[in-house]
Design a protein around this ligand. Structure first.
Ligand code: UDP
Ligand code: MG
Length: 330
């Protein structure tokens, strides 16, 4: 390969991971050394642990690892802020030093050997490379079923997510610089990366079991996360109210005809026609009204996110300027 060697940072959020962090370090140490030896990444590349307010010995272990081995470094959040925020924190610090950042979990459930292919795809001109699980055989049935339904639901709601991709991904420095402009507080990174645009590719890998320790994502956290993902990216649930409202209003016309026919045929008690028509008509009208308010709330919601309206990937003007400067230097 004749590309210039780039600095890679591997960002790993850790929450109470004292049982896994040493083994993870051993495996990643070999991996990083081999990548450096093959001249795929620069010698200044590092693994950056992000301690997400762990209550156990995690941070002390990270400190001693980075003291002994300069391939490893760490940052610590002041308190537990959750996986996504820990990731963002790590990404924002790492991008200062790195040309490429790969994020992965501390338990190495994501195959670290996929890094080679990710880097290859980066050097082939992709700004983002998504790690995609080729199968979930090793996940429990429940986890697999809920996770896969979640991706499908996201698609239905019009959110652009990569199927079966979690947070194992490579991103270039410029992608991360653009990510910084997404100021939203409810973070769902795997929904934001596709919004960045840029050229991307995917790498498939087998997901393993956690080699030690317990999942830090109990069901409640998982559901919260999924709900966050949906409500941070889609105003469709609000629109659904409007649609139901119109359907009910339409149904009220049918009910009206039906009630009047029954009345004319004399099959009704006094007042029934008026009541049944009113219930359906007013019900529909109310739902539509709520739906309309919802539409405005949806607009306010998307406005308050202050997401960038465009991201430039190439500017020919700049390249010309650069070549002028290059000439001056010569
Ligand atoms: N994690 C974190 N903060 C949290 C919860 C989890 O930084 O509040 C980290 C955790 O240490 C791990 C990653 O997020 O590196 C994924 O967690 P886990 O492996 O427990 O999730 P699962 O694979 O079971 O979905
Ligand atoms: Mg895990």
């Amino acid at each position: 390969m004749n590309h210039k060697k780039e600095v890679l940072y591997v960002v790993i959020p850790c929450y109470n991971e004292e049982e896994v962090i040493e083994e993870t370090t051993r495996r990643l140490n070999d991996k990083m050394k081999s990548l450096i030896k093959q001249k795929i990444i620069s010698r200044s590349s590092k693994v950056m642990y992000v301690n997400d307010g762990s209550k156990d010995n995690t941070w002390n272990i990270i400190k001693s690892i980075s003291h002994d081995n300069n391939l490893f470094t760490g940052i610590s959040l002041s308190r537990n802020r959750g996986h996504q925020n820990a990731l963002l924190g790590g990404l924002m610090i790492a991008k200062k030093y790195a040309d490429i950042v790969i994020t992965m979990d501390a338990d190495l459930q994501d195959d670290i050997n996929a890094m080679d292919e990710m880097l290859e795809k980066y050097y082939a001109g992709n700004d983002i490379v998504y790690g995609v699980r080729s199968s979930r055989q090793k996940d429990s049935f429940f986890k697999r079923y809920t996770a896969e339904s979640f991706y499908k639901l996201m698609k239905i709601l019009g959110v652009d997510v990569i199927y079966n991709h979690a947070d194992y991904r490579l991103a270039s420095k410029r992608a991360l610089q653009e990510l910084e402009n997404f100021k939203e507080v409810n973070l769902f990174l795997r929904g934001i990366f596709p919004l960045l645009g840029f050229k991307y590719d995917v790498v498939y890998y087998e997901r393993n079991e956690r080699f030690a320790g317990k999942s830090k994502y109990p069901l409640k956290k998982m559901l919260n996360f999924a709900w966050d993902g949906i409500t941070s990216f889609s105003v469709k649930p609000l629109r659904i109210i409007c649609t139901i409202g119109f359907s009910v209003l339409f149904a009220s016309i049918i009910i009206m005809v039906y009630s009047l026919v029954r009345k004319i045929l004399g099959h009704t008690v006094t007042g029934w026609t008026f009541l049944s028509i009113s219930i359906w008509f007013i019900g529909g009208l109310q739902m539509i009204s709520i739906g309309i308010i919802g539409e405005y709330i949806g607009k306010i919601y998307t406005e308050t996110k202050h997401r960038p309206r465009f991201i430039i990937s190439e500017n020919l003007e700049n390249t010309q300027e650069l070549s002028h400067e290059d000439k001056k230097e010569i």
